[in-house]
Design a protein around this ligand. Structure first.
Ligand SMILES: O=C(O)c1ccccc1NCC(=O)[C@H](O)[C@H](O)COP(=O)(O)O
Length: 219
C-alpha cells in the first residue's frame, strides 16, 4: 500500500464513475444499514461490476457475522474487507482465513495510548487510523467528518504502514499527508455536499490534492 487514495461510501453509479475517472485507487461500499451510505446487496453488486478492473473494491462492515460477510462477499466480490467495529485480532484472523480476502482493520485514535492497539493487529493486511466518533447519541463509528490530532502519530513507529482517515477533505489532505506521512488516505464525508451525497467536483479535488502531496512527500 503506497500513496493510495480511497474514496469511501460511494452509493451511486454517477459518483462511482467520478471516483474512477479521477483515479481513485480504492472505492468503499458501506454495508451498515444505519449509515446514509449503506448499499443493498443488489446495488453493491452493480457498483462492484462497474468498478471491476479499474480500482480496488472495498466492502465495509461493522462486527459482521459470517453470514453477513458471506452475503457481502458473494454480491460484491471485494478485493478487500474493511472491518470498522470492535473486531478482535482473533476475529480479524478468522475472517481472513474463512473469506480468503485481505482485511483492513480500522482503529479509532483520540489519545496517545490508542496507538498501543496497533501491534495486536499486526496480522491484519492493512490498518486504517480513524477519529473516534463524537459522543453524541446515535453517532456511527465512522464517516463523521471529524479529525483526530495528527500530532499523536509523532509517537508511531515509522515502519508501521497505515491509511489515514477522519475529517479529511480537499483543503486539509495535503497538510495531513505532510504531517503524518501515511501510506494511504481515505475520505467519505469530506467529499460530500450532504450526508451520503458524494460531490464529483470534491472527489476530483481531493484526489488531485492527495496526489500532489504524496509526490511532494517523496522528495
Ligand atoms: O461512512 C460511513 O457511513 C460509516 C459508517 C459506520 C462505520 C464506518 C463508516 N465509514 C468508514 C470510513 O472508512 C470513512 O471513510 C472514515 O470513517 C472517514 O470518514 P470521514 O471522516 O467522513 O471522511
Amino acid at each position: 500500500m503506497d500513496n493510495l487514495v480511497k474514496i469511501c461510501g460511494l452509493s451511486t453509479p454517477e459518483t462511482l464513475d467520478a471516483a474512477l475517472s479521477a483515479g481513485a485507487d480504492m472505492v468503499g461500499f458501506v454495508r451498515i444499514p444505519k449509515s446514509p451510505r449503506h448499499v443493498s446487496l443488489s446495488l453493491g453488486h452493480k457498483l462492484s461490476l462497474q468498478a471491476r478492473g479499474r480500482t480496488q473494491r472495498v466492502v465495509l462492515l461493522l462486527d459482521p457475522s459470517d453470514e453477513e460477510l458471506a452475503q457481502a462477499v458473494e454480491a460484491i466480490n471485494p478485493d478487500l474487507i474493511q472491518l470498522h467495529g470492535s473486531e478482535t485480532p482473533e476475529r480479524v484472523a478468522e475472517i481472513r482465513s474463512i473469506f480468503k480476502r485481505p482485511v483492513m482493520k480500522a482503529l479509532g485514535i483520540a489519545e496517545p495510548s490508542d496507538l498501543q492497539a496497533l501491534s495486536p493487529y499486526a496480522g491484519a493486511d492493512h490498518i486504517l487510523l480513524d477519529a473516534k466518533p463524537p459522543r453524541t447519541a446515535g453517532a456511527l463509528p465512522g464517516g463523521n467528518g471529524v479529525s483526530f490530532d495528527w500530532q499523536l502519530l509523532n509517537g508511531l513507529d515509522r515502519k508501521v504502514s497505515f491509511m489515514l482517515s477522519g475529517g479529511l477533505n480537499p483543503d486539509n489532505v495535503a497538510e495531513a499527508i505532510r504531517l503524518t506521512k501515511p501510506q494511504a488516505v481515505d475520505v467519505s464525508s469530506g467529499v460530500e455536499s450532504g450526508p451520503g451525497l458524494k460531490d464529483p467536483a470534491r472527489i476530483e479535488a481531493f484526489i488531485r490534492a492527495a496526489r500532489t502531496a504524496f509526490a511532494a512527500a517523496r522528495h
